[in-house]
Ligand binder design. Sequence first.
Ligand code: AMP
Ligand code: MG
Length: 399
Amino acid sequence: MAVVATLSFREARDCVIAKVAGAGKPPVEEIGLDEADGRVLAEEVAADRDYPAVARSLRDGYAVRSADLPGAFEVIGEVRAGGIFERPVGPGEALEIMTGAPVPEGADQVVMLEHTRREDGRMTTDRGPNRGEWVNPKGSEAKAGQAVLAAGARLDYSSIAMLATVGKIRVKAYRRPRVAILATGDELVEAGAVPREYQIRNSNAVSLAAQARRAGGIPEILPAAPDEREATRRLLERGLRADLLLISGGVSAGKYDVVEQALEELEAEFFFDGTLIQPGKPTVFGRARGTFFFGLPGNPVSTMVTFNIFARAALESLGGQSEVALPVFPSRLTGPFRHKTGLTRFLPARLSPDGGELTPIKWQGSSDVAAAARANAFLVADPERESWEAGEWMPAMPK
Ligand code: AMP
Ligand code: MG
């Protein structure tokens, strides 16, 4: 077999991102706002008018001319959100105004209700002039025609609010990529079956499907492949018809790890077939028949971690997302931690509810699904550092 590269975590991730970025954008479809959550925008969206469309009050109070402050004012009426006061505010005049209501011509400051007194139709305040205070100027949030959402953005509740605000009820979105999932291993039985003691239930197919869905893909689980080259190749061919193929298991150096050989028979290009991480060292990334594939090590926690740090970026990018992020943030260790240098480690951990504290979870290694299920994050141990004390910062990658 050809010798392929073993890369550091960073190099491997950069390799995935660079290769997939060159793949071009997926086809586009039109969707409604009710289907937009999590989808990737395929067009730039612009403001249809100024936001706000008129100057609006940010507080309940009185709209006045700042030059008149402080002083006593004649109250000329009131305006609330949804209404309009048709004439300008003149010198010495105050208009009672509610939050969200248009600030009329002439007025350039709103005095909060709390800072005013009202007597015999007059309003008195000792607030001084502060031009623009509590007034949200016309066009200050967005100007008519200005881009408010960029193509390639993954839509969430706030971007959906933006679409609704500008009246864009149908938008162009990239088609969700189809992700074929192929678990391999003679030991596998379906999750609904009763395994013999030397067998295990196939959990990777469903965990990968859930992770793929979360990353914007449409998963298709293929029948599990036995550890035999011919059968594996046939299933790989099927999987390569999707937009991305995820294979679990069969990529280590064992006698029955036939995935790489079967991929070679399909004239696959390999970009790397090892990474300096743990779990997940034997991860493979390549392309065959125009489709990118990952060979993820079969131990369930390895599969989960390597999907998250590598395959997710590929999938998001194939889905048209312009930025692929791997959120990792520092948290304080609740106890000391040490590891052997050389590999970047991603180990099950528990973040406190506010994210401030990080506790490693005892585990039996990368087969330990129970530990992964108890975790809500993976701590990320730097390959060049050996030990951390309690209270020191350590990067955490939320699950
Ligand atoms: P492999 O990468 O094929 O050497 O698999 C490593 C180990 O992961 C195997 O011994 C199995 O215990 C486990 N494994 C492989 N595939 C799956 C799967 N689909 N679901 C759960 N565990 C798996
Ligand atoms: Mg195997």
